[in-house]
Write a protein that binds this ligand. Structure first.
Ligand code: HEM
Length: 229
């Protein structure tokens, strides 16, 4: 392997991995602020799954981060569901496409000619009642759980990481990164929107950005706050 090849691989991982996870986390924290009870359920799981759940009094980030192991991350089924539910409603690649290299016929009988482009809208697919049922537009992590265990869907239905041979190579890594980030923050803080009267709107670039960014208030968990209002 040449140095140039190695450089290009690392560069493509940085491009593919940075804005994707950053934008997803942005929408995730927005969803948690819009759904405070869900935020508390995620936070409770964080507390239960890290050492802090055993009653030990961990006070600094290093202590908490030291408790994050593969086993801990694996236990966090509700967090996994909540991140997946965010990606269903806010797929970071909202629109994607392919060009036919040769004449083809799709499984539904649709004829495609060589050179024709096909696009799919992950953003629209994630909100279709036809695919997700009547509550398609509602943020409900529970839809991914059975008896508390995460139930994956076909990638052709949950298309946010693409599907088939070119499915995202960094999917597991992305969940891992996002879980660690969430644990580090939700263990110490409760979050509220800086302006609760405003709804976020998206700005489509190559990825699904939140227009104007996400402005939050971080409230230390030691402060007495009514988190459910
Ligand atoms: C929430 C996070 C992420 C989402 C939603 C996501 C989504 C996607 C999607 C939709 C594609 C297909 C693009 C296409 O072919 O048109 C893709 C490809 C890819 N992703 Fe991700 N991605 C995420 C995070 C990451 C991370 C963290 C990495 C690596 C560190 C990564 C590495 C890649 C690579 C290398 C490809 C190209 C795979 C190929 O063409 O064979 N992704 N990703």
């Amino acid at each position: 392997m040449s140095d140039k090849y190695l450089r290009d691989i690392i560069f493509s991982f940085m491009i593919a991995g940075k804005d994707t996870t950053a934008n997803t986390l942005c929408w995730f924290f927005y969803m948690l602020c819009k759904n405070p009870l869900i935020q508390e359920k995620v936070a409770q799981e964080v507390i239960d799954c890290t050492c802090s759940g055993s009653g030990e009094n961990h006070v600094n980030t290093d202590d908490i981060l030291a408790t994050i192991t593969d086993e801990t991350l694996q236990k966090m089924q509700y967090l996994h569901a909540a991140l997946t539910e965010t990606l269903r409603l806010y797929p970071v690649t909202p629109m994607n496409g392919r060009c036919a290299m040769e004449d083809d016929i799709l499984p539904d009988g649709h004829i495609i000619k060589k050179g024709e482009e096909i696009n799919y809208l992950a953003y629209a697919m994630g909100r279709m009642r036809y695919i997700w049922g009547e509550d398609a537009e509602i943020f409900r992590p529970e839809r991914w759980l059975k008896n508390g265990v995460f139930q994956p869907e076909s990638p052709f239905k949950f298309i946010s990481f693409h599907a088939g041979p070119r499915i995202c190579l960094g999917k597991e890594f992305a969940y891992r990164q996002m879980k660690i980030f969430t644990i580090a923050l939700l263990h110490f803080f409760h979050f509220k929107l800086a302006d609760e009267s405003k709804d976020a709107i998206y700005k489509v670039t190559f990825t699904l950005h939140m227009k104007g960014g996400l402005h939050l208030r971080a409230i230390p968990r030691t402060t007495q706050t009514n988190f459910t209002t």
